[in-house]
Design a protein around this ligand. Structure first.
Ligand code: MLC
Ligand code: AMP
Length: 499
């Protein structure tokens, strides 16, 4: 039996979701997902890894859909609710999805993507209405459980495959390291098509019998209100969320701020990750929110790998030490393993929480690992007084904006389709709120003109909003290196000059 369900059965009567007025128990999630799983099976014995996509807001329906797929022996493919039709189409085609479970979401983009593929969408309600019949299969831990799409340096997103064992390993290490317990209460406002929201928040909470309060989206005022009301014990977010909370706190009157500050001080743990937490934000939060944020480092392909300790020194600007069961090494540009401190190298990771490979892409999978099985993260770090500190990424084509990983090449490909654009280069530029903001330098076709608004309108149907360029520079020529490729650091400098 999938280990999660053994755990869940132990706290059946507890509330899995609570939003102030309504609550959904673990027993109810189990009942509802059993019915939906039976309906998915449609009389068959086991979906044997069929990829089924799911599009549902954070909350009980999302979990029912995910568990139904798992309990029927399928592999869940969570979709981005903000994705455009071409982005969804890419996911459905790459993962070979023929069925999509939908609950309470706008379906325009999905409908167009389904029409372009052979996929069919089904409302979760209809599946839950069916009577549970027959026994459910018991998928082995090595069976495919989930495909999470992530951007890389080679254009379109790739699907990272997790088995049930991968997810269990990712959850187990965090439950141990951060001492998750059934009395924990956590807000969930991060998207559920990425590992941070899915595993660190949702799966860890459910595994532990804790209670989740789901938000439709991140809304600083609403979150602060619930913090002030003492609704939570644990809080996990990306750095952009902490910057937005600081802005919102500073806009309050002193008594209002005092209430929120007391609420934050009562939390037992606040974690930041998915992008670098600037030391200044760490210090600002400590002054305002009364917590030394616990910064950790992870990646879709490996789950979480490094973290500052729950008990002990939380060093600003550092990501701490390997989590339980994770092997980490630094390797220099010559391929030698770095034994000492203060020397930068690429982070390599090994262990049971590492993904099983890119779906249907053995070549990309092969390139992602060393011969002896280490995953090559592409991130560069240094060890200082025992702790790891991230220095940056090896590729300038990866942008981290608001915690989302974006491929510069994917965005460039969309811009190049615009009739006015002859050439372009997309880079991330430093941004206080988003970490990095997407910036595009374009060379126009002779006689053409292009304004940022027009470019955004072009992107709207093709890219999720967080991939849209926020800054545009029209130039006569892109700086080039000896191979004729745009020289991205020089392109970035174009923006530093105050474009
Ligand atoms: C949105 N906007 C941006 C932007 N994203 N502008 C610049 N850069 C960006 N990246 C614009 C929008 O178009 C909108 O503009 C306005 O900003 C508000 O956007 P929003 O999306 O509504 O903002 P908000 O809801 O406040 O969301 C902020 C956020 C969200 C930080 C909560 O971005 C988020 O959920 N990020 C987390 C992503 C995540 O989970 N990453 C983890 C990946 S896993 P306008 O003009 O319309 O107002 C991973 C591994 C690991 O990284 O280690 O965890
Ligand atoms: P993703 O592919 O979306 O899972 O993003 C993973 C990437 O986010 C990593 O490879 C890092 O580049 C970055 N990242 C995650 N956590 C941190 C952190 N604490 N500090 C700096 N970068 C981070």
């Amino acid at each position: 039996m999938i280990e999660l369900f053994q755990r869940v059965a132990r706290h059946a009567d507890r509330a899995a979701f609570q939003d102030g007025t309504a609550s959904v128990s673990y027993a109810e999630l189990l009942r509802r997902s059993a019915r939906a799983a039976s309906a998915l099976l449609g009389g068959g014995g086991d979906l044997t890894g069929e990829r089924i996509a799911l599009l549902a807001p954070a909350g009980a329906a999302h979990v029912v859909a995910q568990w139904a797929i798992w309990r029927a022996g399928g592999c869940a493919v969570p979709l981005n609710p903000a994705a455009t039709a071409p982005e969804i189409e890419h996911v459905l085609r790459t993962a070979g999805v023929l069925r999509v479970l939908v609950a309470g979401m706008p379906e325009d983009a999905l409908r167009a993507a389904c029409a372009a593929t052979r996929a069919q969408s089904t409302g979760l309600d209809a599946l839950e209405a069916a009577e549970a019949s027959g026994a459910l299969p018991e998928p082995a831990p090595e069976r495919p459980a989930m495909i999470v799409f992530t951007s890389g340096t080679t254009g379109k997103p790739k699907g990272a495959l997790y088995t049930h064992a991968t997810i269990a390993a990712q959850v187990r290490m965090l439950v141990e390291a951060w001492e998750w317990r059934e009395t924990d209460r956590i807000p969930l406002f991060l998207p559920l098509h990425h590992v941070h929201g899915i595993v660190n928040v949702m799966c860890c909470a459910l595994w532990s019998g804790a209670c989740i309060e789901a938000f439709e989206r991140f809304d600083a005022a609403r979150v602060l209100e619930r913090v002030a009301a003492g609704a939570f014990s644990v809080f996990m977010a990306v750095p952009t969320v902490y910057v937005k909370l600081i802005e919102a706190l500073e806009a309050l009157t002193a008594p209002q701020r005092e209430r929120c500050t007391r609420g934050f001080a009562a939390l037992r743990l606040m974690v930041s990750g998915s992008a670098a937490l600037p030391a200044a934000v760490h210090a600002h939060w400590q002054r305002l929110g009364g917590h030394a944020l616990l910064e950790r480092y992870g990646m879709t392909e490996i789950g979480m790998a490094l973290a500052n300790p729950l008990h002990g020194e939380r060093r600003p600007g550092s990501v701490g030490l390997p989590l339980p069961g994770v092997e980490v090494r630094l390797v220099d540009e010559q391929g030698a393993v770095i034994a000492g401190e203060d020397q930068p190298g690429e982070i390599h990771v090994r262990g049971p929480a590492v993904f099983a490979g890119y779906w249907n892409d053995p070549e990309a999978t092969r390139r992602a690992f060393s011969d002896d099985g280490w995953f090559l993260t592409g991130d560069v770090a240094v060890r200082e007084r025992g702790y790891y500190r991230i220095l940056g990424r090896r590729s300038v084509d990866i942008i981290k904006s608001g915690g989302y990983k974006l491929s510069a090449l994917e965005i460039e490909n969309v811009l190049l389709e615009h009739p006015a654009v002859r050439e372009c280069a997309v880079v991330g530029v430093p941004d206080d709120l988003w970490g990095e903001a997407v910036a595009a330098a374009v060379v126009l076709r002779p006689g053409a003109a292009l304004a940022l608004d027009e470019l955004l309108a072009w992107c709207r149907d093709r890219l999720s909003a967080y991939k849209h360029p926020r800054r545009l520079r029209v130039v006569d020529a892109l700086p080039r290196n000896a191979l004729g490729k745009p020289l991205k650091p020089a392109v970035r400098a174009l923006f530093d000059e105050g474009a």
